[in-house]
Design a protein around this ligand. Structure first.
Ligand code: NI
Length: 181
């Protein structure tokens, strides 16, 4: 099933998300649905709050970029109850967008590497290191679980410059090539 995507201003994007208890929901089905929803919107990542569910789960797919960056080979994954427990010292800027903020792109500063623990859709545990684009995508999706979006990380000046755009989202003034609500 393809879900409509929740737009900036919705409470689901501001609330912190709760951990998922094993066998409490069909995470395999939800993972498949979230990946399908992300694919239909041409997204690189999608967090559960973006489909209105405040649970700690997100999906990513940067595997189409594997030709340019071999580290992204197979980077189509589901992260459940993830915990980023270590950040690298280096930071850089990268232009980010978000399916919940259609048409808005801004440079966001983040650490370039992370270590993360999580379970996947088969409830298998993982403890992994990521850097580069993968670390960027994971941190963006992880923020959604904390009730944050990328514009929360902008400088006060940049925030001021996107204020009208953000206000527009809350009033339904945006266009998206996918189903929203
Ligand atoms: Ni996002």
């Amino acid at each position: 099933m393809i879900y409509p995507i929740v737009i900036y201003g919705a409470t689901a994007l501001k609330n912190p998300s709760a951990p998922i208890e094993k066998d409490s929901i069909d995470v395999k089905q939800l993972s498949a649905d979230m990946l399908a929803t992300m694919d239909a919107a041409n997204g690189v990542g999608l967090a559960a709050p973006q489909i209105g569910m405040n649970i700690r789960m997100f999906v990513v797919d940067a595997s189409p970029w594997a030709e340019e960056d071999p580290s992204l080979e197979g980077f189509r994954k589901t992260f459940i109850n993830a915990e980023i427990y270590e950040y690298g010292d280096e930071e850089d800027y990268f232009s980010e967008g978000c399916l919940s903020l259609p048409g808005l792109y801004e440079d966001v500063k983040r650490p370039t590497s992370i270590r993360i623990r999580y379970v996947d859709e088969n409830w298998e545990e993982h403890d992994e290191f990521y850097d580069g684009f993968a670390a960027r995508v994971i941190q963006h999706e992880y923020d959604h679980l904390e009730g944050k979006v990328f514009t929360d990380r902008l400088s006060p000046l940049r925030k001021k410059l996107v204020r009208n755009k953000l206000l527009g989202f809350t009033k339904g003034k945006y266009s998206a090539a996918y189903r929203t609500k």
